[in-house]
Design a protein. Structure first.
Length: 557
């Protein structure tokens, strides 16, 4: 009489649970007594496998498999990362369940003649249990393994997965186990439908009937190098069948070679084992996701080693490493460059001179100290006002007398001669070098600029809004052909006092009716929307330009 755990009385279920909790049949030995499954897992030597890595949003993210089960907890300080010559710290360590990363399960079911329909029915039940246990975004694909491998698409709906499982039926074909393991691992690594986290489930009796093709050793190498957890379920007719247990032992070796995998050998005579599917899901979702900042990472070369080590609470350490190819290194370098473009080099704060104030005298030149200082302030203000008036008078007088070499007036209209650019008018919205006024005009006066703007071709009225910290500044300029920008007054039309700028840093160009920006070989480069530019770069309204220490938003009419 076959005893089933589903639908039995409470007394029989309690008795069966007590028996199974004390005696477990190992895949490679006689019955083994285990007092506490959690304790047995803890005694096992710690293993970690670096499954995958990604570089995104300025972070290096590592996916690690381990063999310590759902209760294994790791703190960031217990993780060490060595990427080339970079020693990196872990910012965060979370489980796959906490991270919410989807999982793709590939279930390979042996339907060959060496199996039996009741074994295949048991595989159906476990797959349906897994479909009910998985996260909503997890997917499952089912592969039938006989002479050939036939796979379903990856499915997320439990009902659709159950219908695909119910279609499994026994055939008279031969088993091609080793070939199936190699091919399914490769499919998990290369398929576009597979989620970031993936694992392989094999339901078989462990037999391989093919005399030619993939060998057992080749299959073992594929398991080790894939870094994918492998779960094996050897469906035994009876726990007393010595030959079946030996075949189960062979099948279980593939699970033991993969860090994070597990082997199960339920006896059909004992009824359906409801613990297998939850155990598989818990093992996968308890794998680790480690993140680390890429801000200070400096890698280059055709291939760089990535090594990670993890320590448990008792101080036991396990490690794994992979070689990162040149293609992935370039992606990581791009992430580092994005970070550097977003963080401009800080402008050093001016040093503040500390002046020791001497105690005031009660009187100065016979006057009270406060009165004396007030008189000094009034005299200074009056002198400054007189100097300012004199400066404005001389400037106005100079403007009233045009230079014949640059401006000649005929019949009330302005003509522009040599010695002056006919395409530039720049108003700088900040104090000039002498500290007078709120703005400084460089190039032509307003009438001359209007005349210049109409001399053949379209001109732009451009505004650069400074977006840096501190006082907001803006620059307004009229562009017909070209405006040069930099720190040197002798090399640039628009001069910005910024030590991070080159003497001639960049140019704004009017090319074929388009507004272009060109870097003029500056030391620190010119960036548009965080990306360094080369050659003539077309600008669009509200683009963000990084020049030296500040970012500027550009608009024009």
């Amino acid at each position: 009489m076959k005893l089933k755990k589903r639908g039995v009385t409470a007394a029989l279920a309690t008795l069966l649970t007590l028996i199974m909790s004390t005696t477990v049949f190992a895949a490679d030995a006689s019955p083994v007594v285990v007092a506490d499954n959690a304790a047995a897992e803890t005694e096992e030597a710690l293993q970690v496998k670096l499954d995958q890595y990604t570089a995104e949003d300025g972070l290096l993210k590592l996916y690690l498999n381990h063999n310590r089960g759902a209760n294994f907890q790791v703190q960031p300080q217990n993780v060490k990362i060595l990427f080339g010559s970079n020693e990196m710290e872990a910012n965060d360590v979370r489980t796959l369940q906490e991270e919410g990363t989807p999982v793709s399960y590939r279930c390979v079911v042996d339907v060959s003649g060496s199996m039996s329909q009741d074994r295949i029915d048991e595989a159906k039940t476990i797959i349906k249990d897994l479909a009910a246990k998985k996260k909503p975004d997890d997917t499952i694909s089912i592969t039938t393994m006989g002479n050939e491998l036939v796979s379903t698409p990856f499915m997320s709906d439990p009902g659709e997965i159950g219908a695909a499982a119910d279609a499994l039926t026994l055939t008279k074909e031969d088993t091609n186990l080793y070939y199936g393991i190699v091919q399914e691992l490769e499919a998990l690594k290369t398929s576009d439908d597979v989620a970031r986290k993936r694992c392989l489930l094999i339901f078989s009796d462990g037999a391989d009937d093919q005399a030619t093709g993939i060998t057992q050793g080749e299959a073992e190498t594929a398991v080790r190098e894939s870094h994918i957890p492998v779960f094996t379920v050897a469906l035994l007719k009876s726990a007393d069948d010595e030959n079946a247990r030996e075949m189960a032992k062979l099948l279980g070796s593939f699970a033991r070679m993969s860090s994070g995998g597990k082997h199960f050998a339920p006896a059909l005579s004992d009824g359906t084992d409801e613990t297998i599917a939850p155990s598989i899901a818990d093992a996968v979702n308890s794998s680790l996701v480690v993140t680390s900042d890429l801000a200070d990472c400096d890698v280059s070369g055709k291939e760089v080693a990535l090594k990670v080590s993890v320590s448990d609470a008792a101080g036991e350490t396990a490690e794994d490493s992979v070689n990162v190819p040149e293609s992935d290194i370039k992606i990581i370098q791009q992430e580092v460059q994005k970070l550097e473009a977003k963080i401009p080099e800080p402008v050093p704060e001016p040093e503040t001179e500390v002046v020791e104030v001497q105690p005031e005298e009660n009187t100065i030149l016979g006057l009270p100290a406060k009165t004396f200082y007030l008189i000094i302030i009034i005299v200074v203000i009056a002198a400054f006002a007189a100097f300012l008036l004199l400066f404005l008078f001389l400037r106005k007088k100079q403007q009233a007398q045009p230079d014949d070499s640059s401006v000649t007036q005929f019949g009330g209209e302005m003509q522009f001669g040599g010695g002056m650019q006919d395409d530039l008018s720049v108003t700088q919205g900040m104090t000039d070098g002498m500290g007078f006024g709120d703005s400084k005009t460089v190039g032509l006066d307003s009438a001359a600029a209007d005349a210049s703007a109409n001399m053949g071709g379209k001109s732009y009225q451009i505004t650069l809004f400074c977006m840096g910290k501190g006082e907001e500044k803006s620059y307004e300029l009229t562009l017909k052909d070209q405006v040069t920008i930099g720190r040197s007054a002798s090399k640039s039309s628009l001069v910005i006092k910024d030590t991070a700028l080159s003497g001639l840093h960049c140019s704004l160009l009017n090319k074929d009716g388009m507004l272009m920006l060109k870097d003029e070989g500056s030391t620190n480069g010119t960036f548009v929307n965080g990306v360094p530019i080369e050659g003539n770069f077309e600008l669009h309204q509200d683009d963000i330009i990084l020049l030296g220490s500040y970012e500027y938003r550009i608009t024009w009419k």
